[in-house]
Design a protein around this ligand. Structure first.
Ligand SMILES: [Zn+2]
Length: 364
């Protein structure tokens, strides 16, 4: 049994499915919070607080990624826009407009305890196909913005940017990869990215890249590293390099004035600071989960994610907290029979040992 008791969440999927529209048809005219970049920067996703959690400033505001085309919209959108244009040109009687009937079906995302891992392993090289497949099955993330047709005056639609998808997939993929080291207590790997420049400061610094839904965390090279002038403006570029730095400075209180509750990490310790960083990043994403009284269950208090994206971060939180158990080898959910079980099957255990042996250069 997966322990998602105390959390309640329904989400709707449009039965007709979704499609993509670009800026030849629609545009975002609302406000953008923070800096309005005109292209996507994979290396900024861990820095921009507006990307870490959406500020609730109403529908008309969005972060810069939400304003970048293309957007996922309801499937009939393009046909309907064409019909509206024909009516306006007098080439089609207004009565013939086929207004789509929204058909929505609800489901409970929390019943799939590893949905966050499925999301984070979408292959961003084929993002259009992958995001459409995921959206048709699980719905939009809940970060849609209002879009205006480029040519017509009225008839706005709601659309969700593929760049928002890219940013969220990358963020979760990177953090899950770090979590996989933290939960294995892999001080060797973490020692490459958690650095103590002085006894008073600890930083996390890494490069990362993704390929076919797998995220690789790499040490930041000592020598001057020129970020390859890879075109990251494409939401489906082959791989992404980016780095994160000094974030622990923000996260960890300065040891000079440690608050009473804070036990400073000893210099050189890497697993603790990595865990601390991970917690704070996840916490940023839990701000849209609020308690509410459930009128159908005698006023019991449920915690409700606001949208699918918030539910995905909630599932990540539940995995980190141990309520959702996933296999150390395949990432699949499982029911441990003993407290120290870490693999879902004998096969996964065998495979994990095989790869450990291979890395050590020994015979498998
Ligand atoms: Zn497994």
């Amino acid at each position: 049994m997966v322990e998602t008791k105390g959390y309640e969440f329904y989400w709707n999927i449009h039965e007709g499915g979704y499609e993509l529209v670009d800026n030849t048809l629609y545009e975002y005219r609302g406000k953008v919070t923070g800096t309005p970049f005109d292209k996507y920067y994979a290396d900024r996703i861990f820095f921009h607080t507006e990307l870490l959690a959406r500020r609730r400033q109403g529908e008309s505001t969005a972060t810069y990624v939400d304003a970048l085309p293309p957007w996922l919209v309801l499937k009939e959108t393009r046909v309907r826009l064409r019909e509206l244009e024909l009516i306006k040109e007098g080439k089609m009687p207004a009565d013939d407009l086929r207004m789509p009937i929204p058909r929505r079906k609800g489901y409970r995302p929390l019943s799939d305890p590893v949905l966050h891992r499925k999301f984070a392993s979408l292959r961003t090289e084929a993002l259009e196909t992958e995001a459409l497949r995921f959206a048709n099955k699980y719905g939009l993330l809940g970060r849609a913005v209002r879009l205006h047709p480029v040519k017509l005056v009225s008839q706005t639609v709601k659309g969700e940017s593929l760049y928002r998808w890219r940013a969220e997939i990358d963020k979760m993929g990177v953090l899950l990869a770090i979590w996989d080291w933290v939960r294995k207590d892999d001080a060797g790997k973490l020692g490459q990215i958690i650095i103590w420049p002085s006894p008073e400061s600890v930083v996390i610094r890494f490069k990362w890249k993704s390929l076919k839904g797998e995220y690789e965390i790499l040490p930041w090279p000592e020598e001057d590293f020129d970020v390859e002038e890879e075109d990251q403006s494409d939401y489906s570029s082959q791989s992404s390099y980016a780095y994160v730095e000094d974030l622990l400075d923000e996260v960890l209180p300065r040891p000079k004035k440690p608050p009473a509750w804070f036990k400073p990490y000893r210099r050189g310790e890497v697993v603790g600071p990595a865990r601390h960083y991970l917690y704070s990043m996840i916490n940023y994403h839990l701000r849209e989960i609020t308690p509410s009284l459930n009128p159908w269950v005698g006023g019991k208090v449920d915690f409700r994610p606001r949208a699918l994206l918030d539910a995905l971060w909630l599932m990540f939180m539940l995995e980190v907290n141990g309520a959702i158990r996933t296999c150390f080898y395949c990432g699949g959910p499982f029911e441990p029979t003993r407290k120290d079980n870490i693999y879902c099957s004998k096969n996964c255990k065998r495979m994990a040992h095989y790869y450990t042996q291979q890395k050590r250069g020994g015979k498998p």
